[in-house]
Design a protein around this ligand. Sequence first.
Ligand code: F0G
Length: 480
Amino acid sequence: MSVAFQQCINPDCRATYGVDEVHVSCAKCNSLLDINYDWSKANPPKSLTFFEKRWATKGLATQGRIDFSGVWRFRELMPFYNTESDIVTIGEGRTVLQNADLLAKQLGMRPDHLMLQYEGLNPSGSFKDNGMTAAFTHARMVGAQKVACASTGNTSASLALFASLSETQGIVFIGSGKISFGKLSQALDYGALTLQIQGDFDDCLRRVRQIATEVPEMGIYLMNSVNPFRLEGQKSIMYRILEARDWQAPDWVIVPGGNMGNCSAFGKAFMEMKELGLINKIPRLAIINASGANTLNVLVNQYGLKWNDGRYDKETVGKLYAAMDESHYKAHTVASAIEISRPVNLPKALRALAFMNGVVREVTDEEILEHRAMVARWGFGCEPASAASVAGLHKLLDEKIIGKDESVVCILTGHELKDPNATVQYHTGLDMKSVQDLAPKAEPKGKLANRPIPVEDNLEAIIRAMGGDPEKLKGRSLPM
Ligand code: F0G
């Protein structure tokens, strides 16, 4: 076996696949895949201080290009690439851990105990760049020409940016009226083919997965977080937090939960660092849902769902999803980034919760908006979904689950300017979006205008909008 391989997370399967293969789930049992390593053949560092030497080598020479990246300067902990020339980097991950004393004071915490990890300072303005750099590296390894994702906005912005810089065709599936203008503007500006499907994020993800796996002639490489390479890059957020704290783990890491890729990656980062003897203390994890998109909270806190060494109760999940279908439930929250009712990384999130002794909470839209305003008032801002982490902290302090003298890092996942409508509306009461909605009759005048294409939630219509030939689907038993 080579150093890195893909492996099914189901303990009753554990099938393995090479890293030169493309899978979005296990071909044998359909479970999620991990990227795993035979560490005895890799060259992992003996101590995290090993990475400090990279601070001195950030020039533009090839080595410096990857040392400059806040993801790849930790490359010994994600050695899945063949050679360093595989690496696709745009200078992602140079983000800041800020001591948020003024905000801590508002929450009744002691100074030096609350830190905010500003992932909005990434090139595309959200944490997604950490994962995209890794997935685009894999896409280059396998020679992918067309990459696609479903998105609530940030994944599409990040994909579009990486696609344009790596001269790959980017295709993004967004829900109708579900995406903030900041994020939509990025996808259009970076030249991605933008399909506005008549549905929500869950519908979009179902479609793009269907096309990536069941219509192979479209040649689509899937960039959503079911792609296990994405999560390898997102582990680096944890390495940077440790680095900024002189390699001391905090007591808590708090993160908003949507599709649950980030929290899954955090759990994996700590599992591996523990296995490699790089760390003793494991922080506790808190995953925060919006009340309008609270599937994980319901499953964990109402139904008692647990990882159970990988044999989690799938029947309970199936029943909840069937009930959601029956009542035509759709997620709905002001934090549009996490407006997701069927988190695809659910099992990995359960695993992270088990390993990091984690908790799950939900917070209302009002709590999200108030805490978003507090973050901005006493520091740099963030978008609504990101502030779920701070609202969740507040709740856990009130419940005394988190003690006032414990050290806490909240992950601020996206930049404030991603969703200025939410900010302006909070401060003025004016719904800017309703006055600026894309006027259907408007004709763009710009020479590079790239309009989103409205598409029915129908396979034939989507294939046509992607430039494929829907005639070729005839006679195949594909759900339309
Ligand atoms: N915060 C922001 C700002 C996000 O954009 C997302 C996810 C999350 C939190 C949740 O992260 O999915 O790893 O649990 N946005 C995705 C997107 C779904 O399409 O941009 P997660």
